[in-house]
Ligand binder design. Sequence first.
Ligand SMILES: [Fe+2]
Ligand SMILES: [Fe+2]
Length: 456
Amino acid sequence: MIKLVFDSVKFPLERMSLLNIYLKADQPRARWKRLDTARILKRFYFCERSLVISCSAWLPHIESLEIKTMLPYFSWQNAKTANELRNRVFELRFPSRLLEEQGADRPLAAAFGFLRQAPSVSALLRALAQVALPALRDAYDEFLRHSDPLADAPTYRFLELGLAEKQKQITTIGQWAEDELVRNLSERQTTERWVRSMARLLEELGGVGTDEAPNSLEVEPPQGSQPIRIPDKPARDPRYWPCRFYWPDVVDPEFPYGEGLLLQLRSAVSHLNEVWAVEHGGIILSEFADDLPWEWLQDAARWTYDEARHCRTGQERLTAWGFDCAEIPLGSYIYESANGEDPIYRLGMLYFFETKNIGRKPERAAAFKQIGDDVSEHDMEFDWADETIHATYGNRWLKALHEANSEKIPSPEQVRKRCEELVQRMIHSATAEEKVAITERALGLINQAKQMAGKS
Ligand SMILES: [Fe+2]
Ligand SMILES: [Fe+2]
C-alpha cells in the first residue's frame, strides 16, 4: 500500500526537471542582507558620533541655561543610539571588530562635524533642527520601513527609539532656534545663509540615506564657517547675577557653609553653579574624542548630562522656593581657572572638585531629612549616586590619557596638584569689591529665605 502511494508521487517527479524551478522568494523584508545592514548602520553610527562631538563643543558658548542643560540630554540620547548602532555592526560582522575606518562615510561624518564650525549658536540650533537631525530622522524612518522586524529585530527596537527621540529633538531645538534668532536679530542673515549652505552640502551628498553610500566628494565647511574655540569667559544666562565667586565661603573661610536653612540655600546655589561642570564636560568630550576609544564618548556624554541635571535640580529648588533669578549668583571661577591650560586640567577639575565632597553628601542628605526638606534630600541622594559613577570615569580616563601619552599628559596625581594650584590662584585674585558684592548678595538671599520660611 505504502509503495503504491510513493510510486504515484515519484512518477511525475522523474519526468520533471527540478533544476530550474523555485519557490518565489522576493519578499520585501529580504531587501537588506546582513552585511548591507551593517554598512548602513555603520554610516548612522558615524553621523551620530559627529553630532555628539559637535553639540558638546558648543556648551560653553550657550547663554540660555535651559539650552545649556538640555542639549547634553539630547547628546546622551544620541550617544546611546550610537553605541547600539556600533554594537549591532559588530554583531552583524562577527568576528570583525573593525569600525574605526570611516571609509565611504567620511564625507558625511565630516559634514556633521561642520556643525562645530557654525558661525553662532543660532546657526548651530537652526542647522540641527532643519538639516542634520531631519536627515537622520528621514534615514531612520526609511530604514525602519524597509528593514526586517523579524530577522533584524534587535536593530528595529533601538532604532525605533532613536527615531522617536530625533522627532522630539527636532521640535524642541526648532523652538530654541526661533527664540535665539529673535534674541539676536542681527545674526539672521548670516545664520540663514550658513544653514542654507549646510542643507546644500547634505543634498550634494545625497542625505544620510540607506541603500546608497554618500557621494564621494571632497567636502569643505560651508561658507561663513568659523572654527570653534574654547572661550575664556563662558556664556552665562543673563537672567542670573553674573560673578566669578558664587558664595562668600569660596573667598572667605570665615563665612560658614551653614546648617539648617543656610545649608538648604547653599546646597541649592551649589547645585545651580555646577554649570561649569556641564561646560567642562562638553569641552573634554570633544577635545579627547579622537585620542580616546569610543567608550570615552559614552562616559563623557553621560557625565555631562548628569552635571546638567545637578545644575537643574538647584535651579528648580530655588525657583520653587520663590527666589528671583536676578538675585541668584551664577559664577565662573572654576571654569576660568583652567583658561589657557591643556584640557586635561578641565578633566581634572571635573573629577577632583566634583567628587571632593562625595563623602559629605549622605551626611547632608540626612540633615535635610531631619528638617523635613524632602526635595533637597532627594536631589542630594541622586547626586551622590551619580558622583560615585563619575569617580570611576575620572580615574579611568585620566589614567588612560597619561598612559597613552606620558610625555605630554602628567600623571593623575600631578594633574590634581596643578588643578588645586590653579583654583587657589584664582581665589587669591578675588578683589575686595567682589568679596563685598558676593557677601551682600548672599546675606540678601539668606534674609529673603528667612522671610519665606517665616511665612511658611
Ligand atoms: Fe555634579
Ligand atoms: Fe560629577
